[in-house]
Design a protein around this ligand. Structure first.
Ligand code: GLY
Length: 370
């Protein structure tokens, strides 16, 4: 069972294929893109140990040779030193304009490899093979690529769409439960931002999905990618609607900064907590019903996910300091914070019209409840 979602972007359009066994069939799927039968693969050491041989075999079946560079795992790899290493390696491997770079890994590898492809010889094509749930439902689709700067996350990069995304849902079986649930934070986000029926389905199917139900996983990844593809097709470079994908992210980025981008809070965990806070803020501003935030939190709790600020271990700064961290967010426009708020579950919207006092009050209450 393979689902295909088409990302409709004119000359930059591409397919996202979703299902089990895609790694083994990668050769036949990538072959039509190739001018010559060889690819360069960027991956990380952990993913390489788990999946590189399967990719090598899958490519070999179609007569495609591959060379691979495995970078260290972890967020620190999304930096200039590893980026330089990757691009220089691609040049030494004589990757030409018409060749393909393959990103095999989670969000870090996808972002770095995509950016390397964007600038190598002024742009070569690349294929995303996302190996984490977060990468399958979010970062591998939509063409945001880049690395982190000392000044902040993702501040150096380019929009560069992949030519193909192969989301092998069988790979998700190798994820640690915590990483799977962090990625699930992004899945829930899609239901909350634009599809109440999907959220309702997740409330029922979520536990089976987390336990490994293959069909539920394909359905969840497919619906998430469909929603992302629709939004990206409307607004590729985030001039408007694409910001909807940042539901929960303004709170999340402040919490990630406050916890030093450490293991205390994974990105997807921050997104889940951020979504709960965004609904809390929406309810406080009387934009959505008072029941909505409780329903969001109840689902996250039922899934065993981080839900409230009390679930983040260690100290957190006060509300004022968190507000200051939010003000450094990329989404600040003309000094005004842009929030994604909701009128209901499945009905999010973008606004710059949020009184800071209301945000402060939500944070103060959430911190007091720790
Ligand atoms: N992860 C948000 C976006 O791709 O726009």
């Amino acid at each position: 069972m393979t689902n295909t979602v088409h990302v409709e972007l004119g000359a930059r359009a591409y397919d996202v294929q979703i299902g089990p066994g895609l790694l083994a069939g990668a050769g036949a799927r990538i072959a039509p893109l190739l001018a010559r039968p060889r690819v360069a693969v960027l991956t990380d050491e952990t993913v390489a140990g788990l999946h590189l041989q399967a990719l090598r075999d899958g490519l070999a079946e179609a007569g495609i040779a591959m060379e691979a560079l495995a970078l260290p795992p972890g967020e620190a790899t999304k930096s200039w030193p590893q980026f330089i290493r990757a691009t220089e390696w691609l040049l030494t491997r004589k990757i030409e304009r018409r060749d393909i770079v393959v990103a095999l890994g989670g969000g870090v590898i996808g972002d770095l490899a995509g950016f390397a492809a964007a600038v190598l010889r002024r742009g070569v094509r690349f294929v995303q093979i996302p190996t984490s749930l977060l990468a399958q439902v979010d970062s591998s689709v939509g063409g945001k690529t880049g690395i982190n700067a000392p000044q902040g996350k993702n501040l150096i990069g380019a929009f560069h769409q992949p030519s193909l995304v192969l989301a092998d849902t069988g790979i998700l079986d190798t994820l640690a439960p915590r990483d799977f649930l962090a990625g699930y934070g992004e899945v829930v986000k899609y239901g909350l931002l634009g599809d109440a029926a999907f959220f309702e389905w997740l409330e029922t199917a979520g536990p089976a999905l987390a336990a490994g139900d293959p069909q539920a996983r394909v359905r969840a990844v497919t619906r998430s990618v469909q929603m992302k593809a629709e939004i990206v097709a409307r607004d590729e470079t985030e001039q408007g609607d694409r910001a909807l994908l940042n539901l929960g992210h303004t709170f999340c980025h402040a919490l990630e900064a406050a916890t030093g981008y450490s293991d205390r809070l994974l990105h997807g965990e921050g997104v889940a907590i951020g979504c709960a806070l965004a609904f809390e803020l929406s309810a406080r501003l009387r934009l959505c019903s008072q029941e909505n935030p409780g329903r969001v939190r109840a689902h996250l709790r039922a899934m065993g996910m981080k839900t409230d600020l009390g679930d983040i271990p260690g100290d957190l700064p006060g509300a004022e300091a968190l507000l200051a961290l939010m003000a450094q967010d990329k989404k600040v426009v003309d000094g005004k914070l842009r929030f994604i708020l909701a009128r209901d579950i499945g009905a999010a919207f973008v606004t710059s019209d949020v009184p800071p006092d209301a945000v402060r009050a939500v944070l103060e209450d959430a911190l007091a409840a720790r």
